[in-house]
Each structure stands twice: as structure tokens, then as C-alpha cells.
Design a binder for this molecule. Structure first.
Ligand code: ADP
Ligand code: MG
Length: 443
């Protein structure tokens, strides 16, 4: 099994547990199998197996789900493969490590600018992030990046931190999500250590504050963040924020905080184009050592549902696992088989004929009649509906529609369409007829 994935999972786990816990308990394990809906992880002995099952299984599951969108059960079995490596890793583990709470930056080393694919959808936030990372601190303060789920906001934020850390190792950098901030604050309140909490947050050179929208509605933590923000800002420290919405659209957030978010630079990140998706798949494959052709990358980019890059990467990992188990190279055919659930059903092509057929069978009239000059209501009503649908669904010109119906005057067509449009304002029966017909057309 390709254990690059496990390496990645470990990195992500460091973030959620601590580097020390990961080193001691998780590094000796490895992924043995990823068939179907079960991920099998091998532990070097019973002691590790029981301990990890008790304490860290949920975190591992969460990482697969939240980072890769892989909703699998995780089971731990006994194996020996890593026993030797494990002894080496224990040596590392006994090295003294600083407490993660005070000294860690929380940065994920995988999320770098080098690993970030730039395209039209994210060019601006990328450039802004790079500028901050190059040390243009006060110029864009705060930097506020917003956009939909899984589009790379968190990645960019870590990239800033990693780059600054590399250039200025002495700067105090902290990445924190608004949820973690809230939890820490609650803990500090309970344990009467608010002084320490404040000292920690007001003594930072670069604050990377993720998913600020989760502060909405939480009065106490919003207030605490407000003071943190002000004191860092006054000291000319850099603040980077992310959110799923632009500042003015975050509901239930105090106005004074919202307005501050727009003081610096606000940059939005858009869903990726097909080409960008291809580039991201290829980049990620390279990092994870997955062999995939341009053709398959294109197929995935075009056919996977949604624009969430996290889902895209999850699909790539699934595909790779599938290929390993079946011992088959990654092909379009394999992708179709392994990712069935995630692939879009290709749009059904709607033609004038499919609309006319649907109308005829619904009203039980013949095509000939529909296209004739027969003015009886049993025929003219379905005819009007058909004209309306041709205009609405295919955007045909009045003349094209007139031609379909045996060369009528196009003003007659216009009149028919207008009539249906007017009736639709109040006629609920007609509304439901149109809905049913629409469903039938796309079936
Ligand atoms: P968000 O914070 O916007 O929800 P993330 O930053 O967590 O999204 O990104 C989700 C996943 O997609 C991560 O694994 C990230 O590395 C990857 N990703 C997002 N955008 C890009 C990109 N432009 N190039 C490479 N990987 C990307
Ligand atoms: Mg995020």
C-alpha cells in the first residue's frame, strides 16, 4: 500500500493531536488496505493496537472524512511490517519537545506556495498572500481571504506562515481556527487563566485566524477576538483572516469587527475551472507519487461532482487505493468503476423533438395535430405550452418556433408564449403541468 497517504495523515494528525503523540503512537502504524468502505491500519503489536483504538481512532476517522472526504470505517489489525522502523522512531520520540500549546505555530508543512496551483480562480488571493509572505506586513493588514468550502483558503494561510517562518524563524507565528480560539478561551475562563490567554494572543507577530465566520453569534469570543485584533493591529502586527463569506455578509457578527475586516485587503477565491482542476490533480499526484495520465486527470476534472478541491483530492486517493488493490493501472475505465457515486451523470441533451414529444404524450395529442392549424382548445393549449417550453428551455427564436409549427407568423408565437407566461403568475395547475413536463423532458 502506498503509504505516502499515511505520511500525510500523520502530518494532519500532528495538527489535531500533537507531534509528540503522533511520533510515539501513530508513526509506527501504516495503512495496510483501503478496500471498499474499510481502511485497515496495521499496528506493530497488541499494545499499540489497543492504545490507538482507544484514544486516536476517532481522530484518524475524522481526518479521512474531513480532509479527504473518505467516509470509511477504520480498523486496526496486527502486523509486523513496521516493527523495526518503530524502534528508530522511538529514539526520535524521546527528544525533548516544547509544549505544543505555547510554542507551536500549528502550521501544516504540506501547505506551501510550491504545492499550490495558481490559476484565474485564485490568482488574486494568491498574489496577496505572497505579498504578505514576502514581508509586506503593514501594507495589507488585515488580509481577508474568503470563498467557498474546500477552495484553498486554509492552504494559502498556512503557506503564508510557512514561508515567513522560513525567512524569519524568530517571528512568532500562530495559526488558529476561530473554533479552537473559542475553545481555548472557554478553557481559560474556566481555569481562571485569562491573563495567560491574552498574553499569548497579544504577543504574536503573525496571526493566521481561520474560518472567522464561526465567531458569529458567540458574543464572548467575538469580544475577546476584537481586543486581540485591536492590540495586534495597533502594534502593527500582521493579521490574516479567512471566511466563507465576505465581511459584510457574515451574519450575527458585530459591526465594529466586520468593518475592521475590510480595513486592509479583501480577496476572494473562486471555484476552479476544469483546467485548474486538472493541474491540481496532477500536482497532487506528483506529491503523492500517484501515476496518472493527463487523460485520466481530465476525465476526473470534468466528471466529478462539485467544485470542492478537497473532494477532488479525496476521489484521487480513492482511485489510487482502488488501483493498488486490484493491481490495475489507473485508467478512465477504472475511474468510472471506482468513483461511480461521485461522477456526474452527463446532462441529457434537450432537443425541440424531446420537448414536443413530452408535450404530446402528456396531453395525449398527436404531433401532427400539435403542428396543425387546428384552433380547438384541446390542441391549441398544448401547442402554446410547447411553444413556451421551446422558448424557455432552448431559447429558440420566435421565427424558429414558428417554423417548427408549420410556418406561422412569429407574432402568433409571441402571443402564445406571453399568454402562458401570464397564466403562470396565478394558475397553479399550469405551474404543476410545466413542472411535470420539465421533469419528463430531462428524464
Ligand atoms: P478551504 O480552507 O478553502 O476549505 P483548503 O485550504 O482546506 O480549503 O483546501 C482543501 C484541499 O484542497 C487541501 O488539501 C488543499 O491542499 C487543496 N487545495 C486547494 N486549493 C488548491 C490549489 N490551488 N492547489 C493545490 N491544492 C489545493
Ligand atoms: Mg479551511
Amino acid at each position: 500500500m502506498d503509504n505516502n497517504l499515511w505520511e500525510e495523515v500523520l502530518k494532519l494528525a500532528e495538527h489535531r493531536l500533537s507531534p509528540q503523540i503522533v511520533q510515539t503512537w501513530l508513526r509506527p502504524l501504516r495503512i495496510a488496505d483501503m478496500r471498499g468502505d474499510i481502511i485497515t491500519i496495521e499496528a506493530p503489536n497488541r499494545f499499540y493496537k489497543n492504545w490507538v483504538e482507544d484514544k486516536y481512532l476517532d481522530v484518524i476517522k475524522k481526518i479521512f472524512l474531513e480532509e479527504y472526504n473518505i467516509q470509511s470505517d477504520v480498523q486496526i489489525i496486527l502486523g509486523t511490517a513496521q516493527a523495526v522502523k518503530h524502534e528508530q522512531s522511538q529514539e526520535v520520540a524521546v527528544k525533548p519537545q516544547h509544549s505544543i500549546l505555547n510554542n507551536s505555530t500549528n502550521l501544516n508543512k504540506q501547505y506551501t506556495f510550491e504545492n499550490f496551483v495558481v490559476g484565474a480562480s485564485n490568482q488574486f488571493p494568491h498574489a496577496a498572500a505572497l505579498a504578505v509572505a514576502e514581508g509586506y506586513f503593514q501594507t495589507y493588514n488585515p488580509l481577508f481571504i474568503y470563498g467557498g468550502v474546500g477552495l484553498g483558503k486554509t492552504h494559502l494561510m498556512h503557506a503564508i506562515g510557512n514561508k515567513i517562518l522560513e525567512k524569519f524563524p524568530k517571528l512568532k507565528i500562530l495559526y488558529i481556527s476561530s473554533e479552537a480560539f473559542t475553545n481555548e478561551m472557554i478553557y481559560a475562563l474556566k481555569s481562571k487563566t485569562m491573563d495567560l490567554f491574552r498574553e499569548k494572543y497579544r504577543n504574536i507577530d503573525l496571526l493566521l485566524f481561520d474560518d472567522v465566520q464561526f465567531l458569529a453569534g458567540k458574543t464572548r469570543s467575538t469580544e475577546e477576538f476584537f481586543y486581540t485584533f485591536n492590540s495586534l493591529y495597533d502594534l502593527q502586527k500582521q493579521i490574516v483572516l479567512t471566511s466563507d463569506k465576505e465581511p459584510n455578509e457574515i451574519p450575527d457578527l458585530e459591526e465594529r469587527l466586520r468593518s475592521r475586516f475590510s480595513w486592509g485587503l479583501v480577496a476572494d477565491i473562486q471555484p476552479p475551472s476544469i483546467d485548474e482542476k486538472v493541474a491540481i490533480i496532477l500536482k497532487r499526484s506528483e506529491i503523492m507519487n500517484i501515476h496518472i495520465s493527463n487523460e485520466v486527470a481530465h476525465f476526473l476534472a470534468e466528471n466529478l461532482k462539485g467544485d470542492n478541491i478537497r473532494d477532488l483530492i479525496g476521489a484521487l486517493i480513492r482511485l489510487n487505493a482502488f488501483s493498488t488493490f486490484h493491481n490495475e493501472p489507473i485508467t478512465i475505465d477504472l475511474a468510472k468503476r471506482s468513483l461511480e457515486k461521485f461522477i456526474i451523470k452527463k446532462d441529457i441533451i434537450v432537443t425541440p423533438d424531446s420537448i414536443i414529444n413530452a408535450v404530446c404524450s402528456y396531453f395525449n395529442v398527436k404531433q401532427q395535430e400539435l403542428k396543425s392549424k387546428n384552433r380547438s382548445r384541446i390542441i391549441s393549449y398544448p401547442r402554446q405550452v410547447a411553444m413556451y417550453l421551446l422558448r424557455e428551455k432552448l431559447n429558440l427564436s420566435l421565427q424558429d418556433i414558428a417554423n417548427i409549427f408549420g410556418g406561422r407568423n412569429h407574432s402568433t408565437v409571441l402571443h402564445s408564449i406571453k399568454e402562458i407566461q401570464n397564466k403562470l403568475q396565478s394558475d397553479t395547475e399550469l405551474k404543476s403541468i410545466i413542472n411535470t413536463l420539465t421533469r419528463n423532458i430531462y428524464k
